[in-house]
Design a protein around this ligand. Structure first.
Ligand SMILES: NC(=O)c1ccc[n+]([C@@H]2O[C@H](COP(=O)([O-])OP(=O)(O)OC[C@H]3O[C@@H](n4cnc5c(N)ncnc54)[C@H](O)[C@@H]3O)[C@@H](O)[C@H]2O)c1
Length: 390
């Protein structure tokens, strides 16, 4: 394509406003902010106040067919992602969607098929994939440096949220508006990294506790037990009700282990792999000193701006996507399987029966009470959590 890539953004709420400011201020090379869309007049007033010359729409269909944009960034509530993305791809636009890809594996399948048929670039905002510490962790596990996977344990409970947060948007924390709780809103980043680093589990058993810490109708505390195809096991624990929370990922293999916590990655490597020691040692419990390597990157990567730049480069220069949209289905398969296990009290094999999941979700969505009020908040240009400027 010739000239700069013209981006439209739909949804100028919390994260959409961060993307709006990032692209609008020229931080993404080769990309310009060409149009914005929101259904709330006050959000369009906000856009007018910052960039009065950027065209504004209150209907995404009109923005898609306006001829003003080459690509669409979707930052609306997750149940709308697939529907809007499919329309945009079918109209010939490139699409970058916020996580999660949608709320069901069925919707993600429909979107992936549409993206494949369109031949357009389709990315997803898994901004933590730019974090050097998780990139290094993936390299260690995927290259076999710590041997065959035995166990993975991720305790990710520093997604603390107050009741004020849940009340800040009418769609939040309802089955009808959001389609789920911590598994669909906060944990998708970690579920994606978990599968990106360790591979996909083949079986899930889970407890998804609904409104355990907040007055909400969806889950805010989850424990997932996983089994991998090779027999390894995994545990994933997340919550929005713990202070101070923890973020600790520990992966054990047959030749060592890796732990990521507090900005440091600690790798412990055995000279001889554990199964050999187990078989051949003439001691009952030998003490084995592993080689210890510590990796402490100075920052947590380019985050959202990094994904935006990569998306622009993929369209303009054919660069490989860091987070292909079609991979969104993986973390969604884990979260959907966790709900299904919790709702049925059984373990769930992946892939599972999407029809059964969709029916059980729909029964919750149709019984879900609509919420009143709340107003999206504008993000500043610095995120303490990601330690990045947008
Ligand atoms: N990658 C990240 O770090 C990150 C962070 C926060 C949110 N998100 C994701 O971004 C999405 C939005 O989350 P948020 O916290 O910004 O929500 P929000 O409520 O703050 O903003 C959503 C905006 O979308 C608008 N909107 C709703 N329906 C619309 C429609 N049909 N057409 C046009 N505009 C519409 C709303 O008016 C609102 O301004 C969610 O899917 C969430 O998971 C990602």
């Amino acid at each position: 394509m010739s000239g700069a890539l013209r981006l439209g953004i739909v949804g100028i709420g919390g994260i959409g406003s961060a993307h709006f400011n990032c692209v609008g201020s020229g931080k993404i090379n080769g990309m310009t902010l060409a149009a914005v869309c929101d259904i709330k007049p006050e959000r369009l007033d906000y856009c007018k106040g910052v960039y009065p010359d950027v065209p504004r729409f209150d209907d995404v269909d009109k923005m898609i067919s306006s001829g003003l944009i080459d690509a669409l960034l979707i930052a609306v509530p997750h149940p709308l992602h697939a529907k809007i993305a499919i329309k945009a791809l079918s109209a010939g636009l490139h699409v970058l969607t916020e996580k999660t890809e949608d709320i069901t594996v069925s919707a993600a399948k429909r979107l992936n098929e549409a993206a494949e048929a369109s031949g357009r670039v389709f990315g997803i905002m898994f901004n933590q994939r730019t974090n050097p510490i998780y990139r290094r962790c993936r390299e260690i596990v995927r290259s076999g440096e710590i041997g065959e996977l035995k166990r993975s344990v991720w305790i990710i409970t520093n997604w603390y949220r107050t009741q004020y947060y849940y009340d800040s948007g009418e769609w939040r924390a309802t089955w009808s508006g959001e389609g789920g709780g911590v598994l669909l809103n906060q944990a998708p980043h970690n579920l994606d990294l978990w599968q990106w680093i360790c591979g996909m589990p083949s079986e899930i058993t889970a407890f998804c506790d609904v409104g355990k810490w907040h007055d909400i109708e969806v889950e805010d505390d989850v424990t997932i037990f996983a089994r991998y195809p090779g027999g390894a096991t995994g545990t994933f624990i997340t919550s929005t009700g713990e202070l101070p929370g923890t973020n600790r990922l520990e992966i054990t293999g047959s030749r060592g282990s890796v732990v990521v916590e507090q900005g440091r990655l600690i790798e412990k490597l055995l000279k001889t792999d554990e199964p050999t020691i187990r078989r051949e040692s003439k001691e009952s419990w030998p003490s084995v000193a592993p080689e210890i390597k510590v990796y402490a990157p100075k920052d947590s990567g380019a985050a959202h701006a990094g994904i935006l730049q990569n998306f622009a480069n993929a369209i303009l220069y054919g660069e490989e996507l860091l987070a292909p949209g079609a991979e969104g289905i993986n973390e969604l398969s884990i979260s959907n399987a966790a709900y299904l296990s919790s709702w049925t009290g059984k373990s769930v094999k992946i892939p599972f029966d999407c029809g059964e999941f969709d029916r059980l979700l729909e029964s919750r969505r149709s019984a879900s009470a609509p919420k009143e009020g709340g107003s999206p908040q504008t993000h500043g240009d610095y995120s303490e959590r990601w330690q990045v400027r947008f």
